[in-house]
Each structure stands twice: as structure tokens, then as C-alpha cells.
Design a protein around this ligand. Structure first.
Ligand SMILES: C[S@@+](CC[C@H](N)C(=O)[O-])C[C@H]1O[C@@H](n2cnc3c(N)ncnc32)[C@H](O)[C@@H]1O
Length: 275
């Protein structure tokens, strides 16, 4: 039967740009590939150093979904391994679902390798924890509506801003005026801290701190309209209370609580063991 070869497509999260932010698993998937599909504008070229010398290298910038699917069909027919490189984590705004669905239709095996998302990379560069006890315990990953992709009802930045927690806002630098309007309408005070990150982990990286009130002028001053991520929220400058996890009064499967510290914690309203 002509059906025998199978092949495999591995969707590889390549991180925010810097080649040394690849995981070992990502590097191995690239090294094992017969065909590597990547986007030069989204991932640094050093990532290709992991590829075999005889691997076929294709730039996805010049390819439609149909072109990419044609490569997957060939891989299925010839039993080839494809590494499809995506920036950051493939689970976020990567267009991966439509490809996974097409692979299922073709009948080729697939695997997804997670990557370091831009929001994690920017938090690391800013040296900020996004979840500070009693200040912010949630992170909203979102984008501004109004571009090519309309937002589902209730997912406008203005709606998420009402929670007042940490937001990581992707794909929105070109409409910084609208972004500020929605953040303010949602209720963030103008002095809410913001980290603006352009091309994080690339040589041209720019990380600027500002506030919701100065966000628009900051973006315009630096002429940022793409490859920019915003972290917004009080956690970006707060220190909050100490976490329970490392408190001497907190117990868990691997550590006993100090009884006196435990009483002190209880007086502050903490309950049993937790994480
Ligand atoms: C199509 S989305 C892909 C997101 C990616 N899957 C991730 O997990 O980071 C592209 C957007 O991610 C953000 N982004 C990705 N890499 C970035 C970087 N190195 N520096 C700043 N923002 C970045 C920007 O908001 C950019 O417009």
C-alpha cells in the first residue's frame, strides 16, 4: 500500500528570540528534523545551528497555510520529520491550532514542544514577579481588539482591566492610544506601573518602565508599533506581604511548621497547608 510512510510534525516553541532560550527538547526536535520551517523575523538565526547540515530550511514568512500544509503532506508521504518553529510558546497566538487540525486530517503524527513566552521573558528581564501576595494573584494574557482579529464579547482590555490585576498585553503597540483609554476606563489609576518591552532578548531589545498615564507617549517616543509587549499592574512595583509558601509557620508534605510561627500565621487568617 502507498500509505506506509508516516512522518511527524513537531511544533517547536522557540522562545522570545534569543537562541539560548530554547529548551533542550526544542533543540533536539530541530536537530532531528529533515525539514525546518521557521520565521527569520521572529526567531534568531542561531536557532538553525541545531539543524542538520542537510536539512531543508524554509522561511515561513513567504508561505501561506496551504504552502505549509503541502510540506506536511509531503512529509506524510515520504516519512519526513518536520520541525515547525514558532516564537514564544506555540499555545499563544501562534496559528498552531489550524495546523494541528490539518495534520490530523492528513494523518501525520504531531508533537508540541512548549517555549518561553514573551511575557515570561519580559518579567525576567524586568526582574518582577507577576503574582505578588495580596496584590495580584492572576495574570491576564490578552491583546487589544480592533485589528484583523476581532475580540470575542467580554474580552476587551477594558473588561479585563476591571480586575486590577497583572496584565500582559500582546500585539497592541500600534494602537497605544486605544490601549491607554481602555486601561483607564477599566479602572487602573494613571500611576499604575507598566513595563514596555520591544524585541526582548534580541540585540536591539528595549525595556522601558512607565505608567499607564505615560504609556502612549513612551511608545510614540520610541516609535514602537510591533514586537512589543506590555506588562501592566500594581505587582510591577509592589512588594506586598511575604508569601506563605516559605513562611516558617507554613507546613507541607516536605516541611513541618514551627508552632509559634504557625500561630502567628493563623492570627493573620491563614488556614491549613497549601501551595
Ligand atoms: C503573534 S504573537 C506570538 C506570541 C508568542 N507565541 C509568545 O508566546 O510570546 C507576537 C506578539 O508577541 C509579543 N512578543 C513576542 N516576542 C516578543 C519579544 N521578543 N519582545 C517583545 N514582545 C514580543 C509581541 O506582543 C508580539 O506582537
Amino acid at each position: 500500500m502507498a500509505d506506509a510512510p508516516n512522518g511527524k510534525v513537531t511544533f517547536v516553541g522557540a522562545g522570545p528570540g534569543a537562541a539560548d532560550l530554547l529548551t533542550f527538547r526544542a533543540a533536539r526536535a530541530i536537530a532531528e528534523a529533515d525539514v525546518v520551517i521557521w520565521a527569520a523575523s521572529l526567531v534568531q538565526e542561531e536557532v538553525l545551528q541545531h539543524a542538520r547540515e542537510d536539512a531543508e530550511i524554509l522561511d515561513s514568512a513567504a508561505m501561506s497555510l496551504e504552502d505549509v500544509v503541502a510540506v506536511y503532506e509531503r512529509a506524510r508521504a515520504e516519512g519526513l520529520r518536520v520541525a515547525r518553529i514558532h516564537s514564544g510558546d506555540p499555545a499563544l497566538w501562534g496559528g498552531t491550532q489550524e495546523q494541528l487540525d490539518r495534520c490530523a486530517e492528513i494523518g501525520i503524527d504531531t508533537e508540541v514542544v512548549p517555549g518561553v513566552s514573551a511575557f515570561s521573558a519580559v518579567a525576567a528581564l524586568a526582574q518582577r514577579e507577576l503574582t505578588i501576595p495580596e496584590v495580584a494573584q492572576s495574570v491576564v494574557l490578552t491583546r487589544l481588539g480592533g485589528g484583523k482579529t476581532p475580540m470575542p464579547p467580554g474580552e476587551e482590555v477594558r473588561e479585563f482591566a476591571r480586575h486590577g490585576t497583572t496584565m500582559a498585553i500582546f500585539l497592541s503597540a500600534a494602537r497605544s492610544g486605544q490601549l491607554v483609554r481602555e486601561l483607564l476606563e477599566g479602572g487602573y489609576p494613571t500611576d499604575t506601573p507598566v513595563v514596555v518591552a520591544y524585541q526582548a532578548t534580541w540585540p536591539e531589545e528595549l525595556i522601558v518602565r512607565c505608567t499607564v498615564g505615560t504609556l502612549e507617549e513612551t511608545v510614540k517616543e520610541h516609535k514602537l508599533w510591533k514586537h512589543t509587549l506590555f506588562l501592566v499592574g500594581p505587582a510591577l512595583s509592589a512588594h506586598g506581604t511575604r508569601s506563605h509558601l516559605y513562611h516558617p509557620g507554613h507546613f507541607h508534605g516536605f516541611r513541618k511548621a514551627d508552632p509559634q510561627a504557625r500561630r502567628a500565621l493563623r492570627e493573620r487568617g491563614a488556614s491549613g497547608a497549601g501551595t
